[in-house]
Design a protein around this ligand. Structure first.
Ligand code: FEO
Ligand code: CA
Ligand code: CA
Length: 565
């Protein structure tokens, strides 16, 4: 390791001993003196660049269409979640897993930056096969130079999974699926404690049919002309074993799967928390049937069997997990989307053919058991010190009686009763998004999306104000471009947001991760120029983008960057 290399954000592991408040009160003032900010916070800005605090810099590691060394494939579009796994036997090397969520096609009022830019960078018009290659997952074998810069190297580990790759399935659904292949709409995910990575299929309904019948059957169709029941799952991949076939774990449910966050303890079941990112979507929890053993070979198996639950949030701050199984009692949400209930039916098992059908239609089944409709659940993360669960709700809800009135979104904190695998919990609103207040700009955010904890238990939050609202809707002007915020969870500054990064125009930041040495943060820059496309002469920021080249007229390219100090 080069002597001059700085440990990025060295403060992350420092201090705060004894300051952490137990129970639900993370904002309890401690007697500690205020700490200096861990970096000089930036102000919100509409600059067309990835803007960082003084003393930090970024290198572009991979851009959309970059040829992956040693392969005949390319880095995909709209990078999202990233996960870094060190290669223990090779100091200075690791594997970076990067999700590719979707391609930016024309929405009402938008240019469709993907079809606009594809011919410029690829020299031909895009086909559906290109869209199918540009979603999924990139696995990048990285090596760090003496100067600290990371580069992708040719190796069997550097590879792609896309909408056509070979897949397997576990659990109660897809056991008789024909032609199971591909992963798409890959949004967030997580590491497993046994060294694999989970990637979550979110807005699959833009590519394949979403609706299923009460036997769990969909149909072949959509832009990608594929069976809709094959998508919307959590997929396990082994970044360090290219020969292992990824597994879709159906017991974790099928919905617009934003994320999964895992809690492990030796001799206990694995617990996974997940969100269904749609207006009035639900929060889920998986509890494995088998226990976790450190060092055990759980790849492909530990997530294959267990129970799936969905959250009910009561207005008094308590909550309960309701199991999505055949015995679950019907208590349908008013005016919600769910299958027709046969006359006299009292349980999910009397609506659906079997457990496989229930988990395949998890959104409908959740509405049938009275699960709480939420304000677009985005990322969920587990606090590394006290094990509480933080959920980013990125927007408000609309269902009758919902608990999500905040237009700017909120971060909630839940604490499980007992050992974390029971059915009761308490919840609190931990941090509200907004308001649109110029006096507080740089300390307020809107539309929280991905969350990440550092080892000291402080939260890093990236925002995803929708392209239609960003710098356009006057209720969102204070925030300028999307950004990244640091929010302590303990100490005298608990709950105070400090802006760390600002995204290029019409982009969101996504999927922060760190190296084991914590000298580098990896970060995705997703959909620059999504609304207005390439910025040309006469068009001013915040409309359009030329990132990362920043030359007027150049196509904006989604990318993943390495940030160092
Ligand atoms: Fe892919 Fe809900 O963000
Ligand atoms: Ca997200
Ligand atoms: Ca998002």
């Amino acid at each position: 390791m080069a002597g001059g290399r700085r440990q990025f954000l060295k403060f992350l592991g420092a201090g705060l001993t004894g300051a952490y408040a137990s129970g639900l009160g993370p904002l309890a003032a401690s007697a500690q003196a205020p700490r200096p900010a861990p970096f000089p916070p930036i102000r919100p800005t509409s600059r067309d660049d990835l803007v960082l605090p003084a003393g930090f810099r970024y290198d572009v590691l991979a851009r959309w269409t970059d040829r992956l060394p040693g392969t005949n494939t390319r880095f995909g579009y709209n990078a999202d979640f990233t996960a870094f796994l060190p290669i223990r036997s090779e100091p200075g090397q690791g594997v970076l897993v990067v999700n590719h969520e979707y391609v930016s096609l024309p929405e009402p009022g938008e240019i469709g930056v993907y079809p606009q830019t594809f011919p410029l960078v690829m020299g031909r018009a895009p086909r559906i096969a290109d869209e199918m290659e540009d979603v999924g997952v990139s696995v990048l074998h990285l090596r760090q130079s003496a100067s600290g810069r990371w580069e992708i190297i040719a190796s069997p580990l550097t590879r792609r999974y896309d909408a056509s790759s070979r897949m397997a399935a576990s659990g109660p659904a897809l056991q008789n699926a024909h032609g199971l292949a591909g992963t798409l709409a890959n949004c967030s995910g997580c590491h497993t404690p046994w060294g694999t990575v989970l990637t979550c299929e979110e807005n699959f309904q833009n590519c394949v049919p979403e609706a299923v019948d009460t036997a769990g059957r969909s149909r072949v169709g959509g832009r990608f002309d594929r069976d809709g029941a094959h998508f919307g799952w959590v997929v396990e991949i082994d970044p360090l074993d290219p020969d292992w076939t990824p597994v879709k774990h159906t017991m974790l449910g099928r919905y617009r799967h934003e994320n999964v966050a895992m809690r492990e303890a030796a001799g206990r079941p694995i617990v996974g928390y997940m969100g269904d990112d749609r207006v009035n979507g639900h929060v889920y929890r998986f509890v494995s049937a088998q226990s976790y053993t450190p060092g055990g070979d759980h790849r492909g198996t530990l997530l294959a069997r267990g129970r799936l639950y969905v959250a009910v949030f009561h207005a008094d701050g308590t909550g309960e997990w309701r199991e999505l199984g055949p015995e679950a009692a019907l208590e349908p949400n008013p005016n919600s989307s769910h299958p027709r209930v046969p006359r006299g039916a009292k349980t999910l098992g009397q609506v659906y053919a079997d457990l496989g059908a229930i988990v395949t239609d998890a959104f409908g089944a959740s509405n049938l058991v009275g699960a709480s409709p939420c304000g677009r659940p985005e990322d969920i993360e587990i606090h590394p010190i006290d094990g509480s669960v933080y959920i980013a709700f990125t927007a408000s809800a609309t269902a009758p009686g919902h608990l999500f009135p905040n237009l700017y979104g909120e971060i909630w904190r839940i604490v499980e009763d007992g050992d974390g695998a029971g059915t009761r919990f308490t919840w609190m609103r931990w941090k509200a998004g907004g308001p649109n207040d110029e006096q507080r700009s740089g300390h307020v955010f809107a539309a929280p999306d991905n969350l990440a904890f550092d080892p000291a238990g402080h939260l890093w939050v990236v925002t995803d104000i929708t392209t239609a609202r960003l710098n356009a809707d006057e209720r969102f002007t204070t925030f300028h471009n999307n950004g990244m915020f640091f929010v302590p969870t303990s100490g005298t500054e608990a709950g105070v947001a400090l802006q760390f990064a600002s995204a290029p125009c019409e982009a969101e930041l996504a999927g922060p991760s760190w190296t084991a040495a914590r000298d580098t943060m990896f970060l995705s820059v997703q959909h620059p120029g999504e609304g207005s496309g390439i910025r040309g002469a006469g068009v001013k920021a915040p409309r359009g983008s030329n990132w990362p080249s920043r030359r007027l007229g150049d196509p904006p390219l989604p990318a993943v960057v390495a940030i160092r100090q």
